[in-house]
Design a protein around this ligand. Structure first.
Ligand code: BTN
Length: 324
């Protein structure tokens, strides 16, 4: 086990632990413990050091446990899962799956991490992923279809995430096209679908989901858009239960997508959508335009009313116009 992982396990209860007791349990010197604490802090975790009392995390953390996650999966999910790997640290769970995909099949392969050092977001952004503070999960899948048939898949993955959250009574969540998971106008989570394959199919997909559970202040300072986490929204779910629910619902939605495409969940997406009717700014490629969101069509494309005409977009990102 990674040294920092062992240290995080000792500190996970959120109580004070003296440098001396940590050093004794880990069989290292207090100076080594102090250095490891610095490393944890560099990974953006808030660790308090108080003279005479020792070290403690700003908040307790429920660490992920592959056995606990597996035990919560529906039998139909378990049947389709080919692997569940849990890393303490990784650069990006999506990148890991794509690397695997170059040499083997990844359908049904789940990759989870406590900490991503180079988490990827949409449109070339990063995804802030400090240890134990979110869910960083990727599922590999294979579709016997060409990549263009997967345009609605990222919206379908959003529906899966909403189902999972609602299963845990996290109801105050919605979707913002194409697949931002939001609470009010703040981003709670996001989905990154990366596709590899020939134009004629089949194709391999790494579907990554990130959900902010309880972000340390210092990590949150690096987020460049309005954000929220489950704790600040008033929810404290078990991270293991949330991970299992996400895996279950992703597998279910992807299986439905294999059969019926996006049509299987278009109505449900519309129920979770919290932007239709609002004025938005769309950024797509090199251009930006403003219009009123009319909703989505049955393939998941965005319908915008721009200067009286209805226009359809399959890629891009929208931001809400506060002045309208
Ligand atoms: C977005 O920008 O909205 C998408 C964020 C996706 C983040 C998740 S975390 C797990 C997976 N691995 C990554 O590197 N990114 C995705």
């Amino acid at each position: 086990m990674d040294r920092r992982e062992r240290l995080l396990r000792s500190l996970a209860d959120g109580r004070f632990h003296s440098g001396q007791s940590l050093a004794a349990t880990q069989g290292v010197s207090r100076t080594v413990i102090w250095k490891q604490i610095q490393q944890l802090a560099e990974s953006d975790l808030d660790v308090y050091a108080v003279r005479g009392r020792g070290y403690r995390l700003a908040q307790p953390i429920e660490l992920l446990d592959a056995g606990a996650i597996r035990a919560q999966l529906a039998p139909s999910t378990a049947r389709r899962l080919t692997a569940l790997e849990l890393h303490f640290q990784i650069d990006s769970t999506n990148r890991r799956l794509l690397e695997l995909a170059a040499v083997s099949a990844i359908a049904g392969h789940v990759c989870l991490a406590e900490f991503q050092s180079a988490g990827r977001g949409r449109r070339g952004r990063g995804w802030v992923s400090p240890p134990g503070s979110g869910i960083y999960l990727s599922l590999g899948w294979s579709f016997d279809a060409p990549p263009e048939s997967l345009t609605g898949l990222s919206l379908a993955a959003g529906v899966a995430a909403l189902r999972a959250l609602r299963r845990l009574q996290i109801d105050a969540v919605g979707l913002k096209w194409p697949n931002d998971i939001v609470v009010g106008e703040r981003k709670l989570g996001g989905i990154l679908i990366e596709v590899r394959g020939e134009t004629t199919g089949p194709c391999t997909v790494a579907a990554g989901v990130g959900v902010n559970v309880e972000l340390p202040e210092r990590a949150a300072r690096r987020i460049d858009q309005p954000w929220i986490d489950l704790a600040r929204a008033g929810y404290r779910p078990s991270r293991n239960l949330l991970a299992a629910a996400l895996i279950d619902e992703l597998v279910r939605v992807f299986s439905e997508y294999e059969e019926r495409g996006f049509a299987a969940c278009a109505e449900e997406w519309r129920r979770y959508d919290c932007v239709t009717g609002r004025m938005v700014r769309l950024m797509s490629g090199s251009y930006t335009l403003t219009g009123r969101m009319l909703g989505i069509d049955d393939s998941g494309a965005l319908l915008l009313s721009v200067d009286g005409a209805v226009r359809r977009f399959t890629t891009g990102e929208i931001s809400l116009r506060m002045d309208a």
